[in-house]
Design a protein around this ligand. Structure first.
Ligand SMILES: Cc1cc2nc3c(=O)[nH]c(=O)nc-3n(C[C@H](O)[C@H](O)[C@H](O)COP(=O)(O)O)c2cc1C
Length: 398
């Protein structure tokens, strides 16, 4: 496959794909056929959704599940104890221990299990269920045990996956509890254990687990996504609503008041649905070059990077230098926001094109690099192409 693209800021982008060999032509036809089968499958409701049932006391499992939902299309149900504000960790975990001891003493008696708030879920809608729970004293946290005691029979024949979090104890006791409470579940074996100290790495751990277990497709290094002009405005720039903000908005064509949410949504779609090897963003990343907006953008690009999706950016005319619209909006007044300079931009996007492996042209923001080893080589040119569109980049061998 030969791939050629022209990339510069402000939308001048053309891509051609030319299959070169008969094998590639046959592969293209096969892909079309598979796509048709997939679409028929979706229309006939063959692809059932996955349910995630989770309990979290100190938020680790909640954080993990929130991350999971950006990588896989799932419905989520949270289990909550009927009695709010309980301190399960007080007095050397006395209450937690007491709840578990009661279950251990009479595991077949419903009154042994702590009450939970009513859960409204139709389990018949799901073939795949992920149970996400903390470990307590090497067992499954008591509130999750209550849910499974009440619903385990209805999960017969379903594919059961488990995500378990503990400080350090091995999770085998939690898996054994699940097997006792869902006796006819179709357990999928490969459970994931995320220690409390590893929650910050949950994105990459979940991605590896989901790919290894066939729950999501691998990142496709032959796929590229191109974005332009997201004009992201960091939420902090709107200090308070008022005439300063509404006056600015009334003179705007750009959807800056939605830009952050649109960008967030795009990041999720790229992670969860598109899963390309490479994302190119051809400038005007931010509303008006505010450093806080750039920091927001890179925090989202970090999410892509955590699951192995590489992004390359170039700045647009709104991304650095002085700009009178780079301000904080506070009621009736505005105050200037710090904007990016060339060097600040290059440092901020070191992981997104301006790193040591790129060849930068002097102090400009034009660079050449090989984002995917052995697959793509390209050159991206900074600046605005309104007046002089030109062919700046070629990718070969993708
Ligand atoms: C009552 C109780 C008992 C716990 N027992 C253990 C234990 O035996 N071993 C362990 O490694 N962690 C233990 N932990 C720590 C949790 O498993 C761990 O912090 C987990 O990440 C918490 O998830 P959460 O924040 O979603 O509630 C216990 C926590 C509580 C509240």
């Amino acid at each position: 496959m030969f791939l050629r693209y022209v990339l510069c800021h402000n939308g001048k982008m053309a891509v051609t794909l030319q299959p070169k060999t008969n094998t590639e032509k046959i592969m293209n036809k096969t892909r079309t056929l598979l796509l048709a089968i997939l679409l028929i499958g979706i229309c006939c409701g063959i692809s059932a959704k996955t349910l995630v049932v989770y309990y979290s006391y100190t938020n680790n499992v909640r954080t993990i599940v929130n991350e999971l939902a950006t990588q896989k299309d799932v419905d989520i149900v949270e289990i909550q104890p009927a009695e709010e504000g309980q301190d399960y960790a007080a007095n050397n975990y006395a209450l937690g221990t007491q709840l578990l001891n009661a279950i251990k003493a009479a595991p077949n008696d419903a009154s042994s299990y702590p009450e939970i708030k009513q859960v409204s879920v139709d389990l018949t809608q799901y073939d795949d269920i992920i149970i996400a729970t903390p470990l307590w004293w090497s067992q499954m946290a008591a509130p999750m045990q209550t849910f499974l005691f009440n619903n385990g029979a209805a999960m017969a024949g379903k594919n059961i996956w488990m995500i378990v979090s503990s400080a350090s104890s091995s999770i085998s006791g939690v898996v054994a509890d699940a097997e006792r409470l869902i006796p006819d579940g179709n357990f999928q074996g490969n459970q994931i254990w995320i220690k409390s100290s590893q929650v910050s790495q949950a994105a990459s751990m979940l991605n590896s687990w989901l790919v290894e277990t066939g729950q999501v497709s691998a990142i496709n290094n032959q796929k590229m996504v191109m974005l332009s002009d997201p004009h992201v405005m960091a939420p902090g720039l709107l200090v308070s609503e008022g005439t300063a903000w509404t006056t600015y908005l009334s003179g705007q064509r750009k959807l800056v008041d939605y830009s952050q949410r649109l960008f967030d949504d795009m990041i999720v779609r790229i992670k969860r649905n598109l899963r390309p090897g490479l994302v190119l963003i051809s400038g005007d990343l931010t509303k008006d070059g505010e450093q806080v907006s750039h920091q927001y953008v890179t925090s989202k690009l970090d999410e892509l990077r955590a699951v192995g999706i590489q992004t390359l950016v170039i700045p647009g005319n709104h991304d650095r230098g002085s700009n009178s619209d780079a301000v904080y909006y506070d009621g009736e007044s505005t105050t200037a926001a710090t904007v990016a300079t060339n060097e600040w931009f290059a440092t901020q996007y070191a992981n997104y094109g301006y790193g040591v492996s790129s060849e930068r042209e002097g102090t400009t923001l034009t660079y050449a690099c090989e984002p995917i080893t052995g697959c793509c080589q390209g050159k991206r040119k900074e600046g605005d192409c309104h007046d002089a569109p030109s062919a700046d980049a070629t990718l070969r061998g993708c």
